[in-house]
Design a protein around this ligand. Structure first.
Ligand SMILES: [Zn+2]
Length: 311
């Protein structure tokens, strides 16, 4: 607005001076500035729209965004994040409300990934098919973890993650691998497994607050849950030692604990999970392809403006 007033004053001055050439130039510039103003597209996604990934975006002042019927709460800097699960639909829709109240449906094509199949055998049968008593225990533990995970805190979320284990031997299982445990088909692997000797240091991958610490969960043994803000959580399983306390603030220099093989595990490794509101995403993708390393602005296809598009 300030710009428009300044231009208007400038225009009156030019008229008084009767500089007609300048008046014409002024009109051309003014027309251009209006064009850019009305087509100014502040909303932007700044990371790939890919299944099994966190998707980051930004909004303009007064803009709001909804996904699957729910508003995504932006930070004070108008950044926002949501997640697409493994096997997300081919296309997703976001509803953008402009600062003047206009609504736009934006659709995005979801980038597909290939997922492995993994065969794991030699697990104790009671850990593949838990007994009724164990099932009760698992339900109780899931409730505790779910409760810790349900806290939605508004501390600035990270867009960059570092590997939680620096000295690992290999990644023994990738996120999303379809697992066949003792010959039975199970859901895709919920995280990344870093195989490393017992006692290897585990660090926080980004800033956050420890929300949950447990010494002996049925599946995950010694476990830590970290809240990274705006629905992003990470968890650390099968640890041999825990070095942090509930509600402790952490950053990438914080030693969380040590690699172990507690809970349902076939050998020493860290099972590392990254999620947004219970949607698991691929930690490796977020470590390697985070928006800090690769900015790929995507503005989406407005249905109103592009009715002929078929994607
Ligand atoms: Zn795992």
């Amino acid at each position: 607005m300030k710009k428009v007033i300044t231009m208007y004053i400038h225009f009156i001055r030019l008229l008084k001076k009767q500089c007609y050439y300048n008046v014409i130039t002024f009109f051309i510039l003014f027309a251009f500035s209006l064009l850019f103003h009305t087509s100014g597209y502040a909303f932007e996604l700044i990371s790939p729209v890919q299944e099994g990934s966190l998707v980051y975006g930004k909004l303009d002042v007064g803009e709001r965004i909804r996904y699957q019927g729910e508003e995504i709460i932006p930070t004070t800097y108008r950044a926002f994040v949501f997640a697409l699960p493994q096997d997300a639909p081919d296309q997703i829709e976001l509803i953008l409300t402009r600062s003047d109240g206009r609504e736009e449906n934006l659709s995005f094509k979801v980038r597909r990934r290939k997922w492995n199949e993994e065969y794991i055998s030699g697990l104790p049968p009671q850990k593949v098919n838990p007994s009724p008593v164990d099932q009760d225990r698992i339900r109780g533990e899931n409730r505790q973890v779910g409760l810790a995970r349900s806290i939605f805190s508004r501390h600035a979320f990270p867009v960059c993650f570092e590997p939680p284990v620096k000295d690992y031997n290999r990644i023994s299982s990738h996120f999303g691998s379809r697992r066949i445990l003792n010959g039975q088909k199970k859901a895709g692997h919920s995280g990344t497994d870093y195989a490393a000797p017992i006692g290897t240091n585990v660090y926080a991958p980004a800033v956050g607050i420890v929300r949950f610490v447990h010494d002996d969960l049925f599946y995950t043994g010694k476990t830590i849950l970290i809240d990274h803000g705006y629905g992003i959580y990470s968890s650390y399983s099968h640890l041999s030692q825990i070095n942090v306390k509930k509600n402790q603030k952490v950053d990438t220099k914080t030693l969380l604990g040590k690699v172990g093989t507690t809970g349902r595990s076939t050998g020493p490794h860290l099972h590392f999970v990254l999620s947004w509101k219970n949607v698991r995403v691929d930690p490796e993708a977020m470590i390697q392809q985070h928006p800090c390393a690769q900015r790929t602005p995507q503005k989406g296809i407005s249905k109103e403006n592009n009715k002929s598009e078929n994607n």
